[in-house]
Structures are given as structure tokens and as C-alpha cells.
Design a protein around this ligand. Sequence first.
Ligand code: RET
Length: 237
Amino acid sequence: MTTLVGPESLWLWIGTIGMTLGTLYFIGRGRGVRDPKMQEFYIITIFITAIAAVMYFAMATGFGVTEVMVGDQALTIYWARYADWIFTTPLLLLDLALLAGANRNTIATLIGLDVLMIGTGTIAAFAATPGTRIAWWGISTGALLVLLYVLVGTLSQSARNQSPEVASLFSTLRNLLIVLWLLYPVVWILGTEGTFGILPLYWETAAFMILDLSAKVGFGVILLRSRSVLERAVTPS
Ligand code: RET
């Protein structure tokens, strides 16, 4: 069987290594944490990078990739991205929501919007005409914008009831998330998926890799950096 993976495999291997190192780092940091509420942050963050590590490995080795025909054009689609994101983006939101001390309804709303975003984004990736691809992209981007609205509104409101240190860590992570997440639909539409052919597959793969490492490992490092701040987040005031 011929593999569909081209020279962009370089970036996929860097992604695999980066996610693996991130996972090992978080496991190392989490050792010795005894408080169950504190452990939640470690468990969630470890799974985020572990899932990404295996999905990057799947893409680098040619398992997580397929071809989609759009008219007479064959697009290389790395479907494993969506398998990764459908699990890891809700987990990232859960980390942030726990930090903010959000209630169940807010968490459910955020995760619902997120699954809607990745679900419709997956349909966009497999749709057979340029028009329908862009329409699904638009629906997915709409879900992202509503999600960010809840993040800035309701979630930030509950973070304000936390201690100043926790509230400030929350703002840093929230702002990082907003900037990074907004870049995903941009890379997607400019890349091969958008069918405009502005960003070649090689550079698109590099861009997603940098975004994924920042949104998962970078986010996790900042979150787990200060144990004393996390302790405040889980201590009822
Ligand atoms: C897609 C395409 C359709 C439009 C939109 C998208 C958004 C994706 C996002 C992904 C975030 C991934 C993260 C991964 C961590 O490593 C599906 C690309 C809106 C926001 C944070």
C-alpha cells in the first residue's frame, strides 16, 4: 500500500515528539500530588497531550490520513486531527472551567458548543464540493464564536469570584486560548481543506503543529506551573 504522507511528515514527527515529551513532563510534575481536586488538572492535561501524541503518530505513519475527492481534485485529509480535537478540545475547556469554578450548566454549554464545532468541522473536511465545505466551515466557525462569547462572558464572570491569583491565571489562559483557537479556522480555510490552495499542505501541517503544541503543551505548562495557585483554585473559600 502506498502511503499518502509526503514531506509534511517532518512536522508530524516533530508533533509526535513534542506531544510525547509534554505528556512525560506533565506526568513527572503530577507525581506526588495527593489532593484529588488537584489531581483532576493533572489527569485532564496528561490525557490532552497523550491523545495528541498517538494521533500525531497515526498521522506521521500514514494511518490517520485519507483522500477526499472534491470535483476532480483529490485532497489529502488528515482525519486523525478531528479524532484528536473531538476529545482534547473539550478537555482543554474542562481545565479552564474547573479553574474558573464554573457550574455544570456552563461546562455543559461550553462542551456542547465545542463538540458542535469539531463535528461540523469534520463534515467540512469530508464534504464533496467547495461550496458545501465552506458552508460547514462557516457553521463550525459560528459555533466557535459563540463558544468564545461564553468564555468571555459567563466563564470569566465565575473566574472573578476566585482569588486574585487564580483569576489572573484564568485570564492568561483564556486569552491564549482565544488567540490560538481563532487561528485554526484561518489555517483551515487558507490551507488545502479550503480548496483555495493558498497555503500548501507542507506549510499548513507546520502551522497546525505549532498551534497544537502551543494550545496543548504551552497551555498545560502555564496551567500546571504554579502549584500554589492551583491549590487556591480547589480550596473552597
Ligand atoms: C476547524 C475547521 C472548521 C472551522 C473551525 C475549526 C476549528 C478548530 C479548532 C480547533 C482547536 C484545536 C485545538 C487543538 C489542540 O491541540 C475544525 C479547523 C472553527 C478551534 C485547540
